[in-house]
Design a binder for this molecule. Sequence first.
Ligand SMILES: NC(=O)C1=CN([C@@H]2O[C@H](COP(=O)(O)OP(=O)(O)OC[C@H]3O[C@@H](n4cnc5c(N)ncnc54)[C@H](OP(=O)(O)O)[C@@H]3O)[C@@H](O)[C@H]2O)C=CC1
Ligand SMILES: O=C(O)CCC(=O)C(=O)O
Ligand SMILES: [Mg+2]
Length: 425
Amino acid sequence: MAYQHIKVPEWGEKITIKNGKLQVPDQPIIAFIEGDGTGPDIWNASQPVLDAAVEKAYGGQRKIAWMEVFAGEKANEVYGEPIWLPQETLDAIDEYLVAIKGPLTTPVGGGIRSINVALRQKLDLYACVRPVRYFEGVPSPVKHPELVNMIIYRENTEDIYAGIEWPAGSDDVKKILEWLRTEFPEAYGKIRFPDTAGLGLKPVSAEGTKRLVEAAINYAIEQDLPSVTLVHKGNIMKFTEGAFRDWGYEVAREKFGAQPLDGGPWHVMKNPRTGREIVIKDVIADAMLQQILTRPAEYSVIATLNLNGDYLSDALAAEVGGIGIAPGANINYQTGKAIFEATHGTAPKYAGQDKVNPSSVILSGEMMLRYLGWDEAADLIIKAMSETIKAGLVTYDFHRLMVAEGREAKLLKCSEFGQALIEHM
Ligand SMILES: NC(=O)C1=CN([C@@H]2O[C@H](COP(=O)(O)OP(=O)(O)OC[C@H]3O[C@@H](n4cnc5c(N)ncnc54)[C@H](OP(=O)(O)O)[C@@H]3O)[C@@H](O)[C@H]2O)C=CC1
Ligand SMILES: O=C(O)CCC(=O)C(=O)O
Ligand SMILES: [Mg+2]
C-alpha cells in the first residue's frame, strides 16, 4: 500500500499470519508510534535497548526494520491539520500486524476520545494483556512484593469504553430519556435526576467475553499456571458484569471441559499439556482490590472487563514499583495484530526532561520480542532489567523511594537507564 507520510523501510519484510500462526522473517518491519508528552524521551531510550538485545542474541542475523507511524500530537504536526489518528496509521498496522507505541494524550471532557482506546477498538485488539511481576530491589509500598505475580487479561473492546454516552441536557439525551419514559417507565423511574442526567451505555457480550476468557485460559495452559480468576461487579451489574462471570465459566466448560468445583460456582479443569489442575474462580471487583494487597499469592491469571482491568492494572503495578515498570500488549489472537504499549500515560509534567522510567515501554518491547518468538532477545532484556535494578541504577521514581528507605541508589536519566540496560545485557 502507498502511504502519504509513512516511510516504509527500504529493507525488511512483512510479518504475516498463516493458519493462525505468526510468520516472522529475520528482518521484520515493525511499526512504532513515539507517543506524546514523555513518549519521545521514552522511545529514544527504548529503541536502542530493543535493538541491542536482538543484536546480542542473534549476532546480526536478525534485525528489526522500524517504521514510524503517527498518532496524537505528532500526527497533527506531520499531517499539518488536526488529525489525531490518521487512517493510514491504522492501515499500516493492519498491513504489518505488529506495532509498539508510547503513550498518547487524551483530553478530558469534550474533543477527541482516547486515541489509545480507538486503536484497540478499530483494530479489534480484544485482549489487553498486562503482566505484573516483581524485580528484586525495586522499592515497593507492600511488605512482600515478591508474592505479586499476576497477568491481567483485560477485555479491550466493550464495556463503558465503547464510548456510548450522551451529555446532560443535550437533544440526544432528551430523546433517549423520552424513549425510556414511554417504553421502559420502570427503568426511567429509577433515574434519580432525569432532567440533569447524562447517560452512558455499557455493552458486554457473550462473544466479547468468551474470546477474552478463552485467551486467558490458554495462557494458563501454556504457562502451566494454577488458576484463572474472573473479576467482575456482577452483584450490582447483573446482566453485564454478572453475565461476564457466567459466560466465563461457560467457555471454561464448553472449550476446556471444566467442571463445577464442590457444586460451583468455581470450576476446575485439567491442563491438557501437563495434567495439572487449573481452578477457574471469580471474585467481585472491590474485594479483588483488597485481595491483591492481602493475599496476592493466591492469584495468577486474571480475566476481567475493560474498566476493572484499567483500575486493577494501575493498582497492581503500584505493588511492584509503579506504572513506570508496567508493560502491556493489545492482541487479537486470530488476526495476529498486536500493539505493545506501556500501562502509564504521557506524564506531561516530565515531558522533554529525559527523566521518567522507560521500563514500561522496554518491557512491552520484551513482550513483543516473545510474541515474535524471539525469546533469546527477550530473556536478555529481563536479565538486564534485573541486574541494573539490583545494582541500584534507577530513574527518579525508584530513586526517591529508595532514598526514603535509606537505601543506596544512583539516579539515572531516562536515556542513561536505557544505556545501563545495554551494558548489563
Ligand atoms: N495508553 C496510553 O497511552 C495512556 C494514556 N493516558 C493519557 O496520558 C495523559 C496523562 O495521564 P495521567 O492520568 O497523568 O497518568 P500518567 O500515567 O501519564 O501519569 C501519572 C503519574 O504516574 C507516574 N508515571 C507515569 N509514567 C511514568 C514513567 N514512565 N516513569 C515514572 N513514573 C511515571 C508519574 O508519577 P509522579 O507524579 O508520582 O512522579 C505521573 O505523574 C492523559 O491524557 C491520559 O489520558 C493515560 C493512561 C494510558
Ligand atoms: O487512553 C487513555 O487515556 C487511557 C488509557 C488507559 O488508562 C489504559 O490503557 O490503561
Ligand atoms: Mg489506565
